[in-house]
Write a protein that binds this ligand. Sequence first.
Ligand code: NAD
Length: 333
Amino acid sequence: MSDANSVNDSEGLIIVSEAACKSVIDRDSAFSAVENVFASMSKGDAYNFPVIREAIGYADALYGFKSGFDRAGKALGLKSGGYWPGNEAKGLTNHQSTIFLFNPDNGKLRALVGGNYLTAVRTAAASAVSIAHLARKDSKVIGMIGAGHQSTFQLRAALEQRSFEKVVAWNGNKERLKKLQAVAEEMGIPFESVEREQLCSEADVIITITSAFEPLLMKEWIKPGTHIACMGTDTVGKQEVDANLLASATVFTDEIAQSISLGEAQHAIKSGTIKESDITTLGDVINGMHPGRRNEDEITLFDGTGVGLQDLAVASAAARLAVEKGKAQHISL
Ligand code: NAD
C-alpha cells in the first residue's frame, strides 16, 4: 500500500509537478491505490472530512477542499481547487487542483502534488474498480455517455477490466467523440457513435461522465445484467440517469454520505424512490462483506461521487514514487 510516511521528514518539503505525476502514476498504480482506500473506508480505517465548495463570486469560479485521513495508508491531507470556466479560452484546464500531504505523526507539510492529472486517473480508477468487481465477466460492449476531459481516461481504464469487443458512445457535440474513437482504435476495438437508447440496448457496461442536470438515460432503456458507473454527478443538482433506474438497480457507491447528498442517488433519495439503506459501499464488496452482483440479470449501478481519500491515495503513491525515481523537487522548510 502507498504510504506517505515512507517519504520521511529528512526529504524536506516535496514538490511533485503535473509532469512528474504523469511519469510515475500509471493506470495500475491508480487502480490499486483507489481499491485499497475504498477497502480502508469500509473497514473504518479511513474517513473523509466534510467537503467545502463555494462559488467565490470571482471569475465565475467554484473553489473548495476535499480532505480526509487514511490511518492504514497514513495519508493525511487535502485537495484544494475547483472549476474556472474561463480557463479553456486561455489554454488552461477548467478544473485546477493541488494536493497537500501532511505527516500524520507531527503535522508537518510533507508534499505539494499537482492534482489535475491525478484527479482524472483516480476518477477513472474508481469506475474501473467498480467494473472489476460488479460487471458481468462476459461483458462485451462498453457504452460511453459524455466526451469531455475525463472521458478518455475513463475509457482507457475501463477497457482493461473486461474483454470488450466494441465501444458505443454518445455526446451532445458529436465532434468531441473523435477523442474516444481514437482511444478505441488505438486498442484495436471497433467504435460507433449512437443515440442514447441504442447505446443502452447494446452496452453491457455504461459509463456516464457528463455535467448534465437532467437524466440522460431512462430506466426502460437499460437491459438486464448491465453495469452502470455514474461518474459525472458530484454536485447538488447534477443528474445523469432516471431516478427510477436506481430503484431497479443494486446501488453501490464510494461514500454513502456523498451519494445521498451530492451524488447520483440524491434525486432518488429526495423523491423517496430508494432509501439510504439500499446503498452499499464498493469497499464492502472489495472486503467480501457484500457479494456484489448476485446474478447475470441484476442491474448494478456505481454512484462514483469522488472522495478526497482517493486524491490522497494517488498523491501519496505519486510522492513516494517521485522521490524513489528522482522526479521530486525538495525544499527545506
Ligand atoms: P468537461 O467539461 O470536459 O466535459 C463535460 C461533458 O459533459 C461533455 O461531454 C459535455 O458535452 C457534457 N455535457 C455538459 N452538459 C451536458 C448536458 N446538459 N447534457 C448532456 N451532456 C452534457 O468535464 P469533465 O472534466 O469531463 O467532467 C465531466 C463531469 O465529471 C463533470 O460533471 C465533473 O464535475 C465530473 N467529475 C466527477 C469526478 C468524480 O470523482 N466523480 C471527478 C472529476 C470530474
